[in-house]
Ligand binder design. Structure first.
Ligand code: UDP
Ligand code: MG
Length: 329
């Protein structure tokens, strides 16, 4: 059994050698053969050089360097596109996901699971705001989307080759890999773990990136936000009818009514509702534009560890994904 481990990397130099030690230990114990694919996602520190040193030490370490920062989800995709293992593990570089959990994932895979995702029991070193918004968001997403995305999970998971082939056929951008994996189906099991704090460095997921991932998830897996306009509009109509009735009753009772302030309030309400729904629809339109443009998901600047794939061919993979047949393991 060959295991591929894909690690997206943005400025993680101080974490890479310890990560490698722990990964190679668990991979040696769990699989007959393995490869560790580091994807450099536009790092500006010494991450690329550190990966190169690891590759020279151990040829099972392979590196892809993207031409700029394309984001975590796309960097992971670049690794998935080149992974040749029977099963592929996606793991962060900062050691928040303990590599030792991989042994349990492989055991579950051997017993027939096509996807083994790691569910967080505890999250150390993360702000209350991040935990609370993540908690709320995933519950909301599950309510509005058609696919069942497992709660309290990240991208740390083992994915069988059959599912990887399905992912290679989905070239959508924006990408929400967790959702795509859930959408692919097959038997999916969970293992539980305590999410550690970062070994070194700071989170690369600032508020803006988190917000974009949330939009990508909501728009890729649900059309409910698009329908919000209808519900907001209906509520506004009901409210205005109610207001009308109140005004008529007051007039009959001889109560003087200040009409202009009520009117201003109603106008602001309606203006707000219209702008919010327009904003939501614009997100979808933006994503449609991105899809129609059909650009490659990423551009590879260099790669090490593959003799047979030229740089151009590698970039081509992103345009014409392997015409994969979904084959039985
Ligand atoms: N990452 C990446 N590109 C990005 C942002 C993050 O490759 O644009 C990598 C990062 O180096 C790490 C993983 O994705 O290996 C998860 O990022 P991070 O730990 O910063 O996210 P958090 O755990 O704080 O949500
Ligand atoms: Mg992290």
């Amino acid at each position: 059994m060959k295991l591929s481990i894909v690690v997206p990397v943005l400025n993680e130099e101080p974490n890479l050698s310890l990560l490698y030690e722990r990964l190679q230990r668990v991979a040696t114990a769990s699989a007959d053969d393995y490869e560790i694919i580091f994807v450099n996602d536009g790092s500006t520190d010494g991450s690329l050089a550190a990966m190169g040193r690891l590759h020279e030490r151990d040829p099972r370490v392979k590196c892809i360097s993207l031409s700029r920062n394309f984001g975590h989800q796309i960097a992971s995709t670049a690794g998935l596109d080149r992974a040749s293992g029977d099963a592929v593990v996606l793991i962060d570089a900062d050691l928040q996901d303990p590599p030792e959990v991989i042994a349990e994932m492989v055991a579950r895979w051997r017993s027939g699971a096509a996807v083994v995702y790691a569910r967080r029991r505890v999250r150390h070193d993360e702000s209350f705001l991040k935990k609370a918004t993540a908690h709320l968001f995933y519950r909301l997403l599950n309510r509005i989307s058609d696919v069942d995305i497992p709660l309290d999970t990240g991208d740390f998971r083992l994915i069988d080759r059959r599912v990887v082939q399905v992912l290679r056929r989905c070239r959508e951008n924006p990408r929400f890999l967790r959702g795509l994996v859930a959408w692919a189906g097959f038997r999916q099991d969970a293992v539980h773990y305590d999410r550690a704090g970062r070994h070194a460095g700071q989170s690369k997921y600032r508020v803006g990136k988190m917000f974009n991932l949330a939009w990508a998830a909501a728009c890729s897996f649900s059309v409910v936000p698009l329908q919000l306009g209808f519900w907001f509009g209906s509520a506004a109509i009901l409210l205005s009818l109610l207001l009308g009735v109140v005004l008529i009753v007051q007039r009959f009772c001889g109560v003087p009514v200040e009409g202009s302030s009520l009117l201003a309030c109603a106008l602001f309400l309606l203006g707000g509702v219209q702008l919010v729904t327009l904003g939501i629809a614009s997100r979808y339109v933006g994503y449609i534009l991105q899809t129609v443009q059909n650009r490659p998901l990423y551009v590879v600047e260099s790669q090490r560890g593959w003799d047979d794939v030229t740089e151009d061919a590698a970039t081509d993979v992103t345009r014409q994904p392997e015409s994969s047949q979904v084959t039985a393991r």
